[in-house]
Design a binder for this molecule. Structure first.
Ligand code: 13P
Length: 336
């Protein structure tokens, strides 16, 4: 077993999942201002440190994705943040893309940037303790989109990123996110997501990326958030599993879904159903941002001193998702 495969499995084994706490300062500012907390470096650290030092980290969270600001911060107990995460038995990770920008040639679409100078930044992050990384490509669905240009260029960037990350002895999370925004059907999402993922693997193979040492972070197959034709959670699970079975090479050890705007409960319930049906060798777990943090953030914003109360809420969400990653979640357990 390669070292990278071992790290990928440590992150996702036994129902463990990933806490995506890598919101850029702009996104984190929106989240904090949404609950009327000023977005200062101290407040961003305080909320995140509260989550990272929760007991639930030990049992449920195999990896935490950090943002550049956070990986360089020191906790109130004077621990470097990556050290705090490692001391909780979890692996520190880092978002290394520099964001999605307008795609020249197709201005309604985006291309993710950050390849220039990446090798040097990776070296720095590795020395700061990062064991894995994240890069997110985004695709929107409508009649003409995603275009071939967006599918091709984002796959190319994801593959160049992944090759550089493995060269630096870290596990790349490959995240092609087909957005849920719009009125498209689940069938459209299925077709576009299949096309996007297949192209990513074509490029990853071309760039000689070791597929046993990556984690795929895809969206689930959903109808658009403005679609009138919603499908059931059972259908979401069935289509998601079918899409991944047909587009992901069997060497890939693990798939960790993004929540992408689903509510906390939807994200848990859908993951649970996917795992009940899962007849593949892929681990199917979670790498949630909003769906792990929303309730905890809301509570914390009104009770900033109440660390235990905030951690209790986070621990519960992490536990529910870890049960879902094993197909063992139920509404009764949720409400106990
Ligand atoms: P959400 O789960 O909030 O979609 O965030 C996951 C993520 O890391 C998106 O890049």
């Amino acid at each position: 077993m390669s070292e990278l495969n071992k790290i990928a499995l440590e992150i996702l084994n036994n129902g463990k999942g990933i806490l995506a706490a890598d919101e850029s300062t702009g996104t984190m500012t929106k989240r904090l201002e949404g609950v009327s907390v000023p977005s200062t470096p101290e407040n961003r650290l305080l909320f995140r440190e509260t989550l990272f030092s929760s007991l639930g980290m030990k049992e449920f969270i195999g990896g935490v994705i950090l943002y550049d600001e956070t990986i360089k911060q020191t906790s109130s107990k004077k621990n470097k943040i990556p050290e705090l995460i490692s001391s909780m038995g979890s692996h520190p990770g880092i978002k290394v893309d520099t964001g999605a920008k307008v795609l020249a040639g197709s201005p309604n679409e985006k291309i993710t940037e950050g390849l220039d100078g990446l090798r040097d930044r990776l070296r720095e992050y590795f020395h700061l303790g990062a064991k894995f990384t994240k890069w997110r490509g985004v695709y929107n669905i409508s009649k003409d989109y995603p275009s071939k240009l967006s599918i091709q260029s984002n796959a190319h960037a994801l593959a160049r990123y992944s090759a550089l990350v493995q060269e630096s002895n870290m596990v790349p999370i490959v995240e092609p996110e087909v957005l849920m925004d719009g009125d498209h059907s689940a069938k459209d999402c299925y077709q576009k997501t299949s096309e996007v993922i297949k192209k990513c693997f074509e490029e990853l193979i071309l760039h000689k990326v070791d597929l046993t040492g990556i984690i795929l972070k895809p969206n689930m197959i959903l109808s658009g958030n403005k679609s009138k034709n919603k499908i059931s959670n059972e259908e979401i699970a069935k289509l998601t599993l079918e899409c991944l079975k047909n587009s992901v090479p069997s060497e890939v050890p693990g798939i960790a879904f993004l929540s992408g705007g689903q509510s906390e409960l939807e994200a848990t319930e859908n993951l649970n159903l996917i795992n009940k049906l899962n007849d593949t060798n892929f681990i199917m777990s979670y790498s949630y941002g909003r769906a792990l943090q929303q309730s905890a953030l809301k509570f914390w914003s009104k009770n900033i001193q109440d660390i235990d109360g905030t951690q209790r809420i986070f621990n519960h969400r992490a536990k529910m998702n870890t049960l879902a990653a094993q197909g063992k979640w139920s509404k009764e357990i949720e409400n106990q």
